[in-house]
Design a protein around this ligand. Structure first.
Ligand code: OTD
Ligand code: ZN
Ligand code: ZN
Length: 346
């Protein structure tokens, strides 16, 4: 008898949809499974103002398949010039769900991010007052700090001081990759949550580097050592309701990844839910899957749980998903977890 799990339709609390031909190619992949997604604003140029977000939302809606009920939850890219009044107005009108903080230079297309955190204090205070959540790419960019330590150092040097200086600010520490991130969220009280990707639940830095460099496993924050991966799996499947799925599905053309200076990002939209379901099965925690993918995110963001459902069925034959998809004539490789998947979205 085949085993099935039916859940309120999951959401993706951290997603890159890009623009143009890439948007057209990848939007249906997320819309097929997810009800809503927090849409990252790191376009070139970034989505900075409410007007930018409105225009980008229109382009996303136009890229969705006919009849899709997928809802993009828009974000604004925080810069040192961001106008607090624009942020609050965009949030109050329902256009924008959250604001995104990138330390300048931390990841793909983050050059317009924040260099001097004191310069955004006024915006953050206005956001705390208006209840606008701050999504955070939590890595320092100091060249002296080892890339594997950048998340832990960010907590100490940047995130904790911001939170102390801005009481009441609701923060999502996105794509956490370390025991330090897990502990900080777990112990940080009701105003902080953490998203976890599918890929960081299944790869550590050996998968990236042993036996040859695997460009499709390179993402930021970079995968860490095994003890950290195990801490992420314990957090995702555990009892703290402030951890939830944010896939960070981040497509790039293969040519840009399979390069002497390959760019960061794993494209997981097509198989993220199959991967996560398998992880929860491996951890003996299928009863906790609904909290992680369908309930904890909306609870933190103050949104209703989706009313429709999604069913995953366990099958003996490996789930079929494409190795790569076509985006305007360029291949985009789908993340390969390295083992067969058996949970099929029906
Ligand atoms: N990480 N790639 C990208 C963003 C994320 O830090 C992230 O959110 C990207 O390509 O936009 C990546 O590896
Ligand atoms: Zn990030
Ligand atoms: Zn991302």
């Amino acid at each position: 008898m085949s085993e099935t799990v039916t859940l309120p339709r999951p959401d993706d609390w951290h997603l890159h949809l890009r623009d143009g031909a890439m948007l057209t190619a990848v939007a249906p992949e997320s819309a097929r499974h997810f009800g809503r997604a927090i849409i990252m604003p790191n376009l070139v140029p970034p989505v900075v103002t409410g007007a930018d977000a409105a225009a980008y939302r229109d382009r996303i809606m136009a890229a969705l398949p006919a009849g899709s009920r997928f809802t993009p939850l828009m974000t604004l890219y925080l810069t040192e010039e961001t106008d607090p009044a624009d942020v609050v107005a965009a949030h109050e009108s329902g256009l924008v769900t959250a604001v995104k903080l990138y330390p300048a230079g931390a990841t793909t297309n983050s050059a317009s991010g924040v260099r001097d955190f004191t310069r955004v204090h006024g915006v953050l205070e206005a956001m705390a007052e208006a209840g606008v959540p701050l999504c955070v790419h939590g890595e320092v960019t100091d060249p002296e700090i080892d890339i594997f330590d950048r998340e832990a150092v960010f907590i100490e040097r940047v995130l904790d001081p911001i939170r102390h200086a801005t009481p009441g600010l609701r923060v999502v520490m996105e794509h956490i990759t370390t025991q330090d991130g897990v502990a900080y969220v777990r112990e940080g009280g009701p105003d902080i949550a953490g998203t976890i990707t599918a890929h960081h639940l299944v790869i550590n830095r050996n998968h990236l580097l042993v036996g040859g460099i695997r460009p499709h496993y390179y993402c930021l924050p970079v995968a860490k050592r095994e003890a950290h991966r195990l801490a992420l799996r314990a957090a995702a499947t555990g009892d703290c309701d402030r951890f939830f799925l944010g896939t960070d599905s981040a497509p790039h053309p293969d040519g840009a990844k399979e390069s002497a200076c390959g760019c960061a990002g794993c494209f997981t939209a097509p198989n993220a839910l199959s991967i996560v379901a398998q992880v929860f099965e491996q951890e003996g925690a299928l009863d906790r899957l609904e909290a992680f993918v369908s309930r904890n995110g909306p609870a933190f963001y103050g949104l209703p749980v989706n009313e429709d459902t999604l069913t995953l069925a366990r099958q003996d034959a490996p789930v079929a998903y494409p190795d790569r998809i076509d985006a305007g004539g360029e291949d985009v490789t789908v993340f390969d977890p390295g083992f067969p998947l058996h949970w099929q979205v029906t």
